[in-house]
Design a protein around this ligand. Sequence first.
Ligand code: HEC
Ligand code: HEC
Length: 242
Amino acid sequence: MSWQSGGPHSSGTDASCNTRGCHLNNPHGAGASQYKIFAAKLIGNMPNLADSGAKADLSVAAAVSNPTSSGVTANLLNGFEEDGTTPLDNGTRQAVVVGYTCNSWGCHEQTMLPVINKGYAEDRLTKYPESFGTEVLKTGHITASAEATSAHASYNPIYGCTSCHDQTDDATRSGFTFPHSQTAVGASNLGAGRAWLWMGIASNAAGSDLTAMSDPNMKSFDGACLKCHRSSDGAAGVGASH
Ligand code: HEC
Ligand code: HEC
């Protein structure tokens, strides 16, 4: 794989990857999150907001203290399957671990990434970096398991972050260029090179015309949404029947 990318983590500079401090640089887990699903990925837990690097426990604290609205319980974070209210599917686990790691203070602190329960909101900054913004309650698109239903004009389900950040690369262990911002060097659904936001756009749920975001402004193209919100034949869904 190649780490030379135009993405937020390296901006073409390999050294930046090493200074983000999401994963621990020791194999034994010292300094990891108290929660097992983070610790299993060696996600760090810097104790103070001012520290550089992942602050897993601080980042997820608001969700843990509001489990009914957030859908995030301590059991979920420790991977206990028997917690019936938060079934531990892989997509939900990915949304929580990746989302709250990216949401660490000093990093993507302006977006609400891991929305498990529809409408759940947390304080996020209006702008990045923090010195330019104030905190407001923000929610976002549901990012964990969500069935596709024509009632919502959704024709593809969401399994986790990679349902939207869907650039594949068979040279990576996960099969995706997300969340590590690799430039695809293996076979990829979006061709050679790195797609912006690790994302493709398509005119409908069949995705037969899926193409890479090749420009940062393409994040606001309709195709980022129509690849799920327009039926496979393009006849129904947002802008057609909804
Ligand atoms: C429903 C589709 C969808 C899902 C699911 C989704 N994203 Fe995104 N994501 C987007 C879109 C669209 C943008 C660009 C929005 C913008 O920049 O205004 C984006 C932008 C981002 C960005 C960069 C921009 C920023 O403002 O911080 C990050 C990081 C990100 N997503 C992480 C995640 C993570 C982590 C998950 C899973 C918890 C996730 N996304 C799930 C659609 C999605
Ligand atoms: C990977 C597929 C996927 C993508 C891409 C996607 N969505 Fe969704 N969206 C869904 C699913 C599935 C639901 C239904 C969630 C639920 O209510 O259970 C949904 C629900 C919604 C809803 C709530 C609708 C309702 O009736 O409650 C809105 C609004 C929405 N999406 C907007 C967007 C926008 C805007 C984009 C593009 C930035 C987008 N979606 C991209 C799959 C997707």
